[in-house]
Design a protein. Structure first.
Lengths: 141, 141
DNA sequence: ATGCAAATAAGAACGATTATCATTCGCAGC
DNA sequence: GCTGCGAATGATAATCGTTCTTATTTGCAT
């Protein structure tokens, strides 16, 4: 792993905390992590980063376009690697796992509706909160 | 205005703060109000209610089905009178005004997508953040 | 009117996040 | 490879929205 280029092109110095956070997002099982998730996972790996630094780095990465921030219910911000695509989210009410999906029909309908009301869409968020219908929820929190 | 019945049927005593909050939602220009909006408007009207009471009452009203709570970006909860219908929201990025809409096609597509992924929808929120395309944004903050 | 459970107001407490600031680090220039 | 300086960090205080605690007040059935 040598993403220093990512950081460099974003105008950010390649520091240890930043490399660690980026690495975490690229190698973690869960794509969607909160600031505290990141902080705890780093501590768990023996890394010594401050919580304040985690928040700072996440915000910088968001501004640099490396991460995308989401506001699901529950108050806390959740981040994921920016794959460049747009997608919406289903949040499992049982385990908190976040599934992604994209539906072209929904996207175009949104544009139509907004245009009809005299708005130009800048951004949107579709969050579905649902129960997994499989017998046992397959995702562990 | 005599909504004591609303309160009564919800199992809530008809107290002054509760009546005032309910009245505010029924007579305010903006349908969507945060706890602080409610608190400030009441203070402005010379009413003397505590902020804690506002939060308590809003939560009770939500549980009683009188109000619906929304989580837009920005962290704070926003409430509106429960009209019984479901609708989604467009938030004007200029003035913060919230416009409501309902699109059957979007709703059905959501169900299909969720079912296809093995989820049973419990709740969902579609928030569109957009710019008003009219020359001057007609809504004042 | 009286009493008591329920509701209130004020402020403390809380969780998530941001700001402050002294110390440390990355890295360009020597 | 060393130096120096501005940027980045970590510890902690501060902030913001919200909830909890508790002593006091209120609605309302009697």
């Amino acid at each position: 792993m040598h993403q220093p280029e990512h950081l460099k092109s974003a105008g950010l110095k390649s520091t240890l905390p930043r490399l660690k956070v980026l690495d975490l997002f690229e190698n973690s099982k869960e794509r969607h992590l909160s600031a505290e998730d990141v902080y705890k996972q780093l501590l768990g790996s023996g890394e010594d980063v401050g919580l304040a630094t985690v928040y700072r780095v996440l915000t910088q990465f968001e501004q640099a376009g490396l991460l995308v921030r989401h506001h699901f219910e529950g108050g806390k911000s959740v981040f994921e690697l920016n794959k460049g695509d747009h997608h919406d989210h289903i949040v499992c009410l049982q385990c908190g796992h976040v599934e992604e999906f994209y539906d072209a029909a929904i996207e175009t309908r949104q544009e139509k509706v907004a245009a009809g009301l005299g708005f130009a869409i800048r951004d949107h968020a579709l969050h579905i909160y649902a129960d997994c219908t499989k017998k046992k929820c397959p995702h562990k929190r």
